[in-house]
Design a protein around this ligand. Structure first.
Ligand code: HPA
Length: 246
């Protein structure tokens, strides 16, 4: 059976139209997840929801207990995860407001606990991560975008940075030279932990701003929030279509 969970990011701490069935406080061997697991119904389909920064948006990217979040979802039978990530746009067609379904990742984050496979092992485990996102889930998203008439960019390399500060212009130039198209702070280790638990995981990345140095002026939280507010309406429509199609 397919059990879908949505991990919400900045701008998506609640889903408009999600009828909440129950909230369950859970604990994991790795500590507590970002908040209670929310069981809900969207467009007549049941799914789970977990805002990764907490319901009041107080947990910064480097402090998120990614292992507790992923483990708790797996423990509650989740098979598919649709992660929503706010990002900065690097590539010229990834302007603020664009929705992207990335297909690659470069991980620049550091100091985050990034594996379940470290203690008490019978032997060392190296998961395959050649294709970091689940292609089946990416295709579901792309199909949902087509049927709901929501423009999506298919593919792009997600740079996972440490945060919580935004990048310097020189850092963004380097990411661009590395082949990155979009930049965010929460894509890793989330995607790798999902793979370790054999959960089919893909991201809808919502471009909140031009990455540092790609536009004049300062990047402010107000402009990010304003842009995400508009983008999340389309994300919600996309989620509804995905819930229907899965
Ligand atoms: N950089 C990193 N993370 C982000 C950005 C950005 O420009 N915008 C939203 N999340």
């Amino acid at each position: 059976m397919t059990q879908l969970a949505i991990i919400g990011g900045t701008g998506l701490t609640s889903i408009k139209g999600l009828e909440i069935i129950k909230r369950e406080v859970v604990h994991s061997p790795y500590g507590d997840p970002s908040g209670p697991l929310i069981y809900g119904r969207l467009a007549d389909h049941e799914l789970m929801f977990l805002p990764r920064h907490g319901s009041a948006h107080t947990i910064p990217p480097h402090r998120i207990n990614y292992r507790a979040n992923l483990w708790s979802l797996k423990e509650h039978e989740v098979t598919h995860i649709l992660a929503v990530n706010a990002v900065g746009g690097i590539r010229s067609d990834m302007e603020p407001g664009t929705l992207v379904i990335p297909d690659q990742i470069i991980d620049y984050s550091w100091g985050r606990t990034n594996t379940f496979f470290e203690d008490g092992l019978e032997s060392v485990v190296h998961i395959d991560f050649t294709q970091p996102y689940c292609e089946a889930m990416r295709q579901v998203l792309l199909k949902a975008g087509k049927s709901a008439d929501i423009p999506l960019i298919d593919g792009g390399t997600y740079a996972a940075t440490q945060g919580p500060r935004l990048e310097t212009a020189a850092e963004i130039d380097r990411l661009e030279r590395d082949g990155c198209d979009l930049v965010g702070m929460t894509g890793m280790p989330e995607a790798a932990l999902a793979r370790e638990l054999d959960i089919c995981y893909a991201s809808v990345s919502v471009v909140a701003n031009w990455a540092a140095g790609k536009a004049d002026g300062e990047i402010t939280m107000e402009s990010i929030d304003e842009c995400l507010g508009q983008g999340m309406g389309r994300v919600r429509d996309l989620l509804e279509t995905v819930a229907r199609q899965l």
